[in-house]
Design a protein around this ligand. Structure first.
Ligand code: GLC
Length: 737
């Protein structure tokens, strides 16, 4: 029995994963131990020999089930100890059935829909032999210039934490050793979403208090939901790259949070420690990463090449190595790989089956956010409409609607918006189709005339504009975030016809729409909606369903406002509408004064284009009678906050009811609002419901200037409403006892 201080000493039975991992570890040679730390890409040179000789513990990016089964056979039946492989893949928002990009899924504010999407992705991926996904990506980000905002769950710790936890539950299922379960991976730990300038791979400087109050909670939520792996980020956090960051990987993750799974590096992120200038050579990089607590190395081979000498020289001790191997073996036992290493595709439902497609359609519909709907131009009435024009390159592109990070999705399964509109209207409405541009970046104006003429002859023009998937995702950042190419010109040109415009935006980030927002009657923001994006959007356009999405991220008016987010600090000079000066209103030689001035931009003011949590519906909801179970609550207690929500309109619809609080005074400054709860409800016309939130004083805790997590007695405000500009307000006090 190994007594290793680095291993979690828990009482266990003979057959527990911990005990089995310990027993196996005792039999392993040094090379076999180091082999478990190595993850290589599918198809790598001499992969089969390496597996047979126990030099590999995991393979990523191999999804051909016959090859996966052969690799597992080599590991289980030909290697000396028969240790199965972890087979990793980026199953980020679907495997074959592609769901909306995570930012779109976040716009559903629907834990169940997000969990179901991950569950379907897991079972489809598992049918190809994948037993580990590099998801959920739960980096908080407030910078839409960053391409990976597409992959995130938005700007808020609570929304991201709750939905990230739902993804973990979906991927890992009820029991991790079930053949339909795949291990989740909380990434990218940590602070990656705060990279400077929205530049991928860049530096993140985050004071520890802000790190703990904003950027770490979603990872803690994923851990609490049972995530068995974490991934270290590429980025440099406060001067220490995550892949060599002992504060993150040891102090926070192991000592404070009690994490018992394992940490994998990002792609060659250990080797990049030398590029960062954090390690002087590969040997040093391997030592830094292993010492910091990164258990498995993805793609690069520094552990394989340098750990032997580091052990030999005593610079890295065998107990530390054993702890790394133990963490990985334990997860393999928990996954049941020693019982079922091989995959029989017949044990799984068909890929892209009707049930999966329906779930993808439902989630896509819930993800769309109605941002504008003047004169109720939406929903379109097939009975009244004689003709319509569909304009824009993204209306009929089954690949682009899938979004970023789809390794295994196939556009042949996609139902495009144009197809869905044809299916929806049949012969009842004459549909013109005018792409107008070859792609979103075009600047040749070649196809404008046809689109303009078609719009002139139509009752409505539905324009599908935005970004192709290649303009978002890893390493695809933009310094401007307006509609690319000549799309704005196209909007203005079509608007000149006088035909009302419905704008449907397909994009992987918030875009700045200020230049054209006044030229369109309606805006439906559909993100990249996935395989079933077309039918989902058509359902919304023609009123089969009401839009119900809410923004998971703030939309700036201008890129220069970034970072802009709802849970800002009040500052000593908070702006107000009557306190700001617009650049156009500055006359002549206005005297230079800061008196009476506040925190705003002369050319943008201080408010966003659209605020966090915002989204319209085809019906109206009224909010009334906010009631608190008490207006005083002692530390350690809880209170209930409720409001009556009524559907006062004509159609049934979902509403996402949101709870926000404000801690008026803290020993560090506190945000002007913080989301603390949300519930998606469905109400028929005329129906009302009391929506109740339970708030414990621990939900109000924050890390203070002493870096202690506390809830301070004092005055609080609370709001319940339809967005972060909520309808109802109340106040309560937290007392010391
Ligand atoms: C990528 C990403 C990471 C992904 C990994 C494997 O570079 O940063 O999110 O899981 O490599 O593809």
């Amino acid at each position: 029995m190994l007594q290793n201080p680095h291993m979690n000493q828990v009482s266990e039975t003979e057959t527990s994963p911990q005990q089995r991992a310990r027993d196996l570890l005792e039999q392993m040679t040094l090379d076999e131990k180091i082999g478990q730390l190595c993850q290589v890409n599918g198809g790598a040179h001499d992969l089969h020999d390496a597996v047979r000789e126990g030099r590999i513990g995991s393979v990523l990016n191999e999804v051909h089930v016959d090859e996966v089964n052969e690799l597992q056979r080599l590991a289980v039946e030909e290697s000396r100890l028969g240790i199965p492989l972890l087979i990793g893949r980026d199953v980020i928002h679907g495997f074959k059935t592609i769901f909306p990009i995570p930012l779109g899924q976040a716009a559903t504010w629907d834990r169940d829909a997000v969990r179901l999407g991950a569950r379907i992705a897991a079972t489809e991926a598992a049918s190809s032999g994948v037993n580990w996904t590099f998801a959920p990506m739960i980096d908080i980000t407030r910078d839409p210039r960053w391409g990976r905002i597409a992959e995130s769950l938005g700007e808020d710790p609570v929304l991201c934490g709750e939905l990230g936890a739902a993804m973990v539950q979906g991927f890992q299922g009820e029991s991790l050793d079930n053949v339909h379960a795949i291990a989740a991976c909380a990434k990218h730990f940590a602070g990656y979403g705060a990279v400077e300038g929205g530049l991928d791979y860049s530096t993140a400087n985050i004071p520890e208090g802000e790190l703990r109050n904003t950027y770490l909670p979603s990872f803690k939520a994923a851990l609490d939901a049972g995530a068995v792996t974490f991934m270290a980020s590429f980025s440099d956090l406060n001067g220490v790259p995550a892949s060599g960051n002992e504060f993150l990987m040891k102090q926070v993750l192991r000592e404070e949070w009690g994490f018992e799974g394992f940490v994998v590096s990002d792609w060659e992120s250990i080797k990049e420690l030398t590029v960062h200038g954090f390690a002087e050579n590969d040997t040093h990089a391997a030592l830094e990463a292993a010492t910091a607590g990164v258990d498995m190395e993805m793609a690069s081979t520094l552990y394989r090449d340098h750990l032997p000498e580091l052990i030999e020289s005593g610079r890295f001790n065998i107990e530390q190595l054993d702890a790394m191997v133990f963490n990985i073996l334990k997860v393999k036992f928990e996954l049941g790989l020693f019982e079922h290493a091989y995959t029989n595709p017949h044990d799984y439902p068909a890929l892209v089956n009707e049930a999966h497609l329906k779930a993808a359609r439902d989630t896509a519909a819930k993800s769309c956010v109605l941002l504008k709907n003047d004169n109720r131009v939406l929903p379109l009435d097939r009975g009244q409409l004689n003709s319509m024009t569909v304009i824009g390159p993204l209306a009929d592109d089954g690949y682009e609607q899938l979004g970023t990070w789809i390794f295994d999705g196939e556009s042949r399964h996609s139902r495009t918006c144009l197809q869905a509109i044809y299916d929806m209207v049949g012969d009842s409405v004459q549909v013109h189709w005018a792409p107008a541009m070859a792609n979103s970046r075009c600047r040749d104006g070649g196809g404008f005339d046809e689109a303009i003429e078609a719009a002139r002859q139509s009752d409505v023009a539905v324009m599908f504009l935005g970004e192709e998937s290649i303009l978002s995702g890893e390493a695809h950042c933009r310094a401007e975030i307006d509609l690319p190419g000549d799309q704005e010109k196209l909007v203005h040109a079509v608007a000149e016809t006088g035909t009302p415009i419905v704008l449907v935006v397909l994009a992987g980030r918030p875009l700045t729409l200020g230049n054209i927002i006044d030229r369109v009657s309606a805006v439906l923001y559909a993100w990249h909606p996935g395989t079933m994006g077309g039918p989902a959007i058509a359902d919304l356009l023609f009123g089969e369903e009401s839009p119900s999405g809410k923004l998971p991220v703030t939309f700036p008016r201008m890129v220069g406002q970034i970072p802009i987010y709802y849970s800002r600090k009040n500052t000593g000079r908070p702006p107000s509408h009557d306190s700001i000066t617009h650049i156009d209103d500055i006359d002549g030689k206005a005297p230079q004064t800061s008196l009476g001035m506040s925190a705003f931009h002369l050319d943008a003011g201080f408010t966003p284009q659209f605020h966090f949590g915002y989204g319209l519906s085809y019906t109206e909801f009224s909010y009334r009678d906010m009631v608190l179970s008490d207006h005083r609550v002692a530390l350690g207690g809880s209170l209930r906050l409720s409001a009556t929500v009524e559907n006062t309109g004509e159609v049934a619809a979902d509403e996402v009811v949101q709870l926000y609080i404000r801690d008026l005074v803290g020993n560090v400054t506190r945000p002007v609002k913080e989301l603390k709860g949300f519930q998606r409800i469905h109400l028929a016309p005329g129906e009302s419901r009391d929506v109740v939130f339970e708030l414990h004083t621990d939900d109000l805790a924050f890390y203070d200037r002493r870096m202690e997590r506390i809830t301070e007695p004092g005055q609080f405000h609370a709001w319940i409403g339809s967005s972060s500009d909520p309808e109802l307000w109340a106040e309560f006090e937290v007392t010391a006892e």
